[in-house]
Structures are given as C-alpha cells and as structure tokens.
Design a protein around this ligand. Structure first.
Ligand code: PEP
Length: 254
C-alpha cells in the first residue's frame, strides 16, 4: 500500500470546548492508528492560531502533527496581525498551509507572496503545504493546467531545490466546500501535470514531493481519488471537523 498524507484544515472554526471534544473523539476513534510508530501514513491538523497551544497539548502523544493555516513571509517586525514561521515552530507546528484559495481570494495573495511564505516556512524548519487550483470560471474556460502551472512555477522559481521539503495541494476552487468533486481521472490528470512540471525542474523532488488533493474530500469519494497514481493524500476541510469522517479518511490505505 502506498503511504498517504492526510491533513485537516479546520479553517476559522472551533472553540476551546468543541476542540477538546473533537480531538478526544478523533483520538479515541483512531485508537492505535494515531499511536503506531510503524504506520506509514502521515497525519496533520491545521488549526486556527489561538488554538495551537491547546491542540499541541492534546495531540502530544499522538502521530497527528500540528499545523497552521497561514504564515507571514517576514521573519519578524512591524507587521501587525501577522504570525511568523518561527512563532509557529515554537508551538510545535510541523506544517503550514500557504496560498489557500481563501487567502488568495479574500486577502488578495498573489503567486509571489505565496512563494515567499513557503520560503519563510522552510527557513524556520516547517513543511509548507502549497495550494494551487483554478476557479470555476478558469475551469470552464479550459484554463486549469495553465493556472496551476503558473502557480507552481512561481514557487519553483523562488525555492529551487528546496521544493523537495514542501507538500503541494491541488484544490480546485470550485470543489472547496461545495460538494462538487472532479472525477478521479480529471484530478489525476492535473496531479500528473504538476508532477511532470516538478520533474522538469528536479527529478528527485518530483518523486519525493507529495501532491495532495483537496476539495470536498469525504469518506464516500476518497477511495477512488486516493487510488490515483499521482494523488498522494488529501487536504481536508469540512470533513476534518467531524471525528468520524476525518478518522475514516485517515484509515484509507491502512
Ligand atoms: C480546504 O479548505 O482546503 C478544503 C479542501 O475544504 P473542503 O474539504 O471543505 O472542501
């Protein structure tokens, strides 16, 4: 069985009491899956900043790594409201999402800043999860491959060989939170294209970098998507807010 990487993204959801209950339920349902040191699948949960410390404590004896949902592209300084990669590291983060479509859309983050955020994360020893994906309009206009290539290229140009330390997430914007999903073949075609683009740049990185699928991934559609040769796991939004659904996704390929 191919090892997968399953990472949840709570987005701006949760409270101290609901997080406590959700994580306790996940750990109890997952049982030995989140404890076994021989399990190959990588697990992660990206929580809102204020809950990092709480989640760090609750997950400390588990194999679910902690992550954040965004990071500053600067190391420190007069950037009110921003959080640096080093700060995330101090709270035990392994992962940080950069370039999520909600950041690109609502905070007008372009390809350049996304690449710089990924670089800042790497410099602090974190693993950036670099999101790429086309909007519905771009999809309907047949521009999917051109869009994701452009988004990935900006990162490759800045990171060069460091790309091997990143994860890529292909998240079609029209599939995020909508219940719509591309067919497994459609998603595989995009993942393959991203892999080829990585290979043109760095053959070794192309074989190492996990390319996750994200967008309405649920236990009932995951098996076929995750079976595709270039889909190495999932970035999971809504389903990571349900212990049952998240654990079921984590159990894929076990
Ligand atoms: C996401 O926010 O990264 C995501 C994939 O959301 P959802 O699973 O809810 O579509």
């Amino acid at each position: 069985m191919r090892p997968l990487t399953i990472i949840g993204n709570w987005k701006m959801n949760g409270s101290l009491s609901s997080n406590q209950a959700l994580l306790a339920e996940m750990l109890s349902l997952g049982g030995s899956l989140f404890k076994r040191s021989d399990a190959k699948t990588q697990f992660g949960l990206c929580v809102p900043y204020p809950y990092l410390s709480q989640a760090q404590g609750l997950l400390k004896d588990s194999r679910i790594a902690l992550g954040a949902q965004d990071v500053s592209d600067h190391p420190y300084g007069a950037y009110t409201g921003d959080v640096s990669a080093q700060m995330l590291g101090e709270f035990g983060c392994r992962y940080v999402i950069v370039g999520h479509s909600e950041r690109r859309q609502y905070h007008h983050e372009g390809d350049g800043v996304v690449a710089r955020k990924a670089r800042a994360a790497l410099q602090a020893g974190l693993v950036p999860i670099i999101c790429v994906g086309e909007t519905e309009e771009e999809h309907d206009d047949g521009k999917t491959l051109a869009v994701v290539r452009r988004q990935l290229q900006a990162v490759l140009d800045l990171l060069q060989g460091q790309i091997a330390g990143c994860l890529i997430a292909y998240e079609p914007v029209w599939a995020i939170g909508t219940g719509k999903v591309p067919t497994p073949t459609e998603a595989q075609d995009v993942h393959r294209e991203l892999r080829l683009q990585l290979a043109k740049f760095d053959d070794e990185a192309a074989s190492k970098v996990a390319i996750l699928y994200g967008g309405s991934l649920k236990p009932d559609n995951a098996r076929e998507l995750l079976a595709m040769p270039d889909i190495d796991g999932g970035l999971v939004g809504g389903a990571s807010l349900s212990a049952e659904e998240f654990v079921a996704l984590c159990q894929e390929n076990q």
